[in-house]
Design a protein around this ligand. Structure first.
Ligand code: ADP
Ligand code: MG
Length: 603
């Protein structure tokens, strides 16, 4: 008897399911793709227990005839491609004819469908790949597919499913990406009979993009719109004021398909070049359209990646499109400033600190003004006034001043030479030249203050006039809740506002209101990436790093001498002044000897 045997269809389907259906979110993805391919305008995703007990996707699309429905659940049956040539001309999201039989082989599956011109519909029930029932039935126009007890017949697989919250989070992400790609369709997501996400169909793309990226101001989204022979690139690039510390803010669509592609991510980065700090990632929604025959969509089991025939050209089209959009946006911004200048508003050229409200500026000054040795009399007066304000017993006289300017003697001989590229502070210390990265240094200062929960501006709070309401994934919500007491100590007041919704009522004074939503969402995302089960201490640390990073002065900002002095002074008060909390150096130095060697004065 031969040892080689053909697999049964059921087993073959189960094996295919291993690749196609990794977790509930992958089944949801396949079913939504089918609904979109069927030209639906409204898609409803209902799940129970993270999709482990029930996944139900209903649409109002074109439906299927009884005959088609019976074929659709068979392996390799598709209405989307018919011959080999079609495989290199794919206009639909599906094409392999694998999803329905795969899902049906690992769940208790029901398909109900009705075409528009038919008086009744058709229902087919399958359990673990075996057809149990097939009959005519009354049904609304469109298709509803239900998968119950996913992996009930593959316990080894079921074991790998994560918690309900985690699986629900993945499904929510899947639906969000479809909603971004198809703004004219409505998406409703229900978990355990409760509405989790609702995206009503929208008439404009920007409306959907703003809703999902949580960017309320249209002016902070720059429109991308370019056409090159290799690719048309459209979409929205968020102002560099918004950023993330991972690539999760980049949403990429190729011919309508949501994909991941590191090279295109890199191209987007290139478009943002010079505008973002190292380690920060842009936020952008990019739609690339390439001729169908120039992209291979059949390279990944879950169709999450594609291969471009003319990859380099597509990359440069993306970089240029993003760069052009940002440039255009900056032009508008600059022209606004010029208008204000014409009205003699003096605050425009001032460094970022001074642009803020007076009260906040004062608070910041208070901590920054523990200045280096060569403070001016104006500085001293200022500090005196601040001390008078904050403490009933004012300090006067020489000895008292020393107290106000702590550790001045610690580095009595640092002299500021100036600022290089509006990014590095150049200074001289006895026989060394020092370059300080202003962002990295300020990040270190803020991080240590936050960590020590000092009673300084770093932990002073500003109340938001209108609390910012934020929605996070279910999995992150728990961790955010456990962080709340520590966050409160640093001036970030967050209160639960429903299951995975929070109200941010106050933020640390050094942050601007605009930064609230991006920061909290960034924290939530870090929690997922790092794993929310990690020790709370680690999570807290990375949260503080994130807040410090968002709050620290940026590169490319002109600083006044007082501000430079303050940074240097505060930096040397830090416990670990030489590295920013991400581990980058805050300063580099060269000794007199090294300089002399370079100039060949000595050997
Ligand atoms: P593919 O999408 O690769 O063709 P599937 O197994 O996902 O393979 O679906 C098989 C076929 O069933 C599709 O080609 C389509 O004709 C039909 N189908 C699936 N879902 C729907 C739906 N929601 N509405 C209408 N037709 C559908
Ligand atoms: Mg499909």
């Amino acid at each position: 008897m031969p040892k080689v045997k053909k697999l049964t269809e059921i087993l073959a389907n189960k094996i295919a399911a291993g690749e196609v259906v990794e977790r509930p979110a992958s089944a949801v993805k396949e079913l939504c793709e089918n609904s979109i391919d069927a030209k639906s305008g409204r898609i409803i995703v209902e799940i129970e227990n993270g999709g482990k007990n029930l996944i139900r996707v209903s649409d109002d699309g074109i439906g299927m005839s009884a005959e088609d429905a019976k074929l659709a659940v068979e392996r390799y049956a598709t209405s989307k491609i018919y011959n080999e040539d079609d495989l290199f001309f794919i206009k639909t999201l599906g094409f392999r004819g694998e999803a329905l039989p795969s899902i049906a082989s690992v769940s208790k599956f029901t398909l109900i469908t009705r075409e528009q011109d038919k008086p009744f519909g058709f229902k087919i029930s399958i359990e673990g790949g075996v057809i149990k029932d097939a009959c005519e039935t009354g049904a609304p126009i469109g298709t509803t597919i239900e998968a119950k007890d996913l992996f009930f017949n593959i316990p080894a697989r079921k074991k790998f499913l994560k918690t309900t919250d985690t699986e629900t989070g993945h499904i929510a992400d899947t639906i969000t990406s479809f909603a971004l790609g198809y703004y004219d369709k409505s998406f409703l997501f229900i978990h355990n009979k409760k509405e989790i996400k609702n995206f009503p169909s929208s008439t404009t793309q920007i409306e959907r993009v703003k809703d999902i990226l949580k960017i309320t101001n249209s002016e902070d989204l720059y429109q991308i719109k370019t056409d090159s022979p290799d690719a048309s690139v459209t979409g929205w690039a968020a102002s560099p004021d918004y950023y993330k510390t991972g690539s999760k803010g980049i949403y990429l669509f190729v011919n309508g398909r949501f994909i991941k592609n590191r090279k295109i991510n890199y191209a987007i980065f290139q478009g943002y070049r010079g505008r973002l700090m190292k380690g920060n990632f842009p936020i952008a929604v990019i739609f690339i359209k390439v001729p169908f025959q120039q992209v291979d969509v059949n390279v990944h089991p879950a169709k999450q990646e594609v291969k471009f025939l003319r990859e380099k050209q597509v990359m440069s089209a993306v970089s240029e499109a993003v760069n052009a959009a940002l440039k255009e946006g900056e032009k508008i911004l600059i022209s606004k400033y010029q208008n204000i200048n014409a009205n003699q508003n003096p605050t425009i050229d001032a460094p970022s600190f001074e642009k803020k409200t007076t009260q906040k500026y004062q608070r910041e000054k208070q901590s920054f003004l523990y200045s280096a040795n060569d403070y001016t009399s104006e500085d001293i007066d200022y500090v005196k006034r601040q001390n008078e304000l904050s403490e009933p017993r004012a300090y006067y006289g020489k000895t008292a001043q020393k107290n106000i300017i702590p550790n001045a003697e610690k580095h009595p001989d640092i002299k500021i030479i100036g600022q290089f590229l509006k990014t590095y502070i150049i200074c001289e210390k006895v026989d060394e030249i020092i370059l300080i990265d202003q962002h990295a240094a300020h990040e270190r200062i803020l991080f240590e203050k936050l960590k020590n929960k000092e009673k300084t501006s770093a932990t002073a709070s500003q109340r938001l006039l209108i609390p910012e309401i934020l929605e996070t994934g279910l999995a992150e919500a728990e961790t955010i809740k456990s962080l709340m007491p520590d966050m409160l100590k640093i001036g970030l007041e967050i209160e639960p506002f429903g299951k995975n919704t929070f109200a941010v009522k106050a933020i640390p004074a050094f942050l601007s209101e605009k930064q609230t939503a991006p920061i909290i969402l960034d924290i939530a995302e870090q929690l997922i990436e790092k794993g929310s089960g990690k020790q709370i201490e680690n999570v807290l640390d990375s949260t503080l790093i994130l807040i410090a990073c968002h709050g620290a002065i940026k590169a490319n900002k002109e600083l006044s001498e007082t501000e430079m002095k303050a940074i240097i002074f505060e930096l040397f008060k830090c416990e670990s002044p030489l590295k920013c909390p991400h581990g980058r150096p805050t300063l580099i130095k060269m000794t007199k000897k090294e300089v002399e060697k370079l100039f060949k004065r000595i050997n």
